[in-house]
Design a protein around this ligand. Structure first.
Ligand SMILES: O=C(O)CCC(=O)C(=O)O
Ligand SMILES: [Fe+2]
Length: 189
């Protein structure tokens, strides 16, 4: 347990063999897309592949646009159901990220969009290459530390975390292998 109980890390939710099978299934099953964002009216490709899946009618606002989540794939639906049962939650959507190698990354942010409610709890499953997950306090530009997210691990970002901390997935140029990260969320539309 770290950071006043706001972050719980379980290094082996899945054993390595299960994690490898899941990785391959998700790689095939998810319609990975090259996302883009608009910054000052100019289009930029994001440095990773993405997909959004969720319950029917769930939508999210991303880069100023409201988009509907795609239907669950069988593997994602199964994972979401298992997490809900295990943890007593009502997760209803997942953001999937595919980092093709160490050059793919995600910048500093908090997952604090309006549709996630006041105190979101986000469950993050990591598969494939081990990558550093960096943390800093909201409002600070100094990194507080990193956590290595292992293949088959679960990171539970508890309620409160998104209000006080930012996180990022920094570039690691030497890493050649790819990684899939799934962040399960509860969206209130
Ligand atoms: O890839 C990760 O571990 C972090 C992903 C993330 O922060 C997000 O999807 O909001
Ligand atoms: Fe995030």
């Amino acid at each position: 347990m770290l950071l006043d109980g706001q972050l719980h890390y379980y290094p082996s939710l899945l054993d390595p063999q299960q994690a490898d099978i899941l990785y391959q299934q998700l790689l095939q099953e998810i319609p990975w897309q090259t996302g883009h964002v608009f910054i000052y009216g100019r289009e930029h490709l994001i440095p990773r592949l993405q997909a959004w899946h969720g319950d029917p009618g769930i939508s999210y606002t991303y880069s100023g646009k409201t988009l509907r989540a795609d239907a669950w794939t069988p593997t994602l639906a199964n994972l979401c159901q298992q997490l809900n049962q295990l943890l007593g939650l009502q997760l209803n959507a997942v953001l999937c990220n595919l980092y093709r190698n160490g050059n793919d990354c995600m910048g500093w942010h908090a997952d604090d969009e309006k549709e996630l409610g006041e105190n979101p709890q986000i469950l993050s499953i990591s598969l494939g290459a081990e990558r550093d997950f960096a943390l800093r306090r909201q409002g600070s530009s100094r990194q507080s530390g990193t956590l290595r997210l292992a293949n088959g691990s679960l990171l539970d970002m508890r309620p409160g975390m998104q209000n006080h901390w930012q996180h990022s997935l920094p570039k690691r140029a030497r890493i050649q292998q790819s990684r899939i990260n799934l962040t399960f969320r509860t969206l209130y539309n």
